[in-house]
Design a protein. Structure first.
Length: 172
């Protein structure tokens, strides 16, 4: 990454106990490879054991929600990170793919009540995408992984609060 590691956002969350899936679009691989690297560096920096991270590759951004849904239906992850790059071209295809991807990722997160981080760049050019994949605008793969860590911790905290409230209610 071109961004100095000291400048990257961090969290105090203990991420060592969480399991993550990372789903990476193979389309625009020059960009998504850098997003993937940023996400994996974020997990490593926050102490996530390598064996707690599963990486999966799909053809493009349109398929990201499908893979996330399959993972949450069949495996046990505390959060999923979706990484992709949709770069505007000369047709309206960009809008269809970007909208379907964003909506699909949100739908999966709501359906399973598990955090699904949106690390999909939607840019007007490859240069803009590269600036957000380790360039002057940071690395959105890192940012998505950090969001996944924070959301996994928040969801675990909410679950504990519910369990505590339920126990208190039963005592009365």
């Amino acid at each position: 990454m071109n961004t100095p590691s000291a400048a990257l956002p961090t969290t105090e969350v203990d991420a060592t106990r969480f399991r993550f899936a990372v789903v990476v679009s193979k389309f625009n691989r020059a960009v998504t490879g850098k997003l993937e690297k940023g996400a994996l560096e974020c997990f490593a920096r926050h102490g996530v054991p390598h064996e707690h991270i599963s990486v999966f590759y799909c053809p493009g951004a349109f398929e990201l929600p499908q893979v996330a849904e399959r993972l949450l239906r069949t495996s046990k992850h505390d959060a999923v990170v979706c990484l992709g790059a949709v770069i505007r071209g000369e047709t309206s295809h960009f809008e269809y793919v970007a909208n379907a991807c964003a909506r699909g990722i949100q739908d999966v997160a709501l359906k399973y009540s598990v955090p699904v981080a949106f690390g999909v760049l939607t840019t007007d050019s490859e240069a803009q995408a590269m600036e957000r994949a380790g360039g002057k605008h940071g690395n959105k793969g890192w940012d998505a992984a950090l969001a996944a860590i924070e959301m996994a911790d928040l969801f675990r905290h909410i679950a504990r609060q519910r369990a505590f409230a339920s126990k208190r209610k039963k005592r009365r």
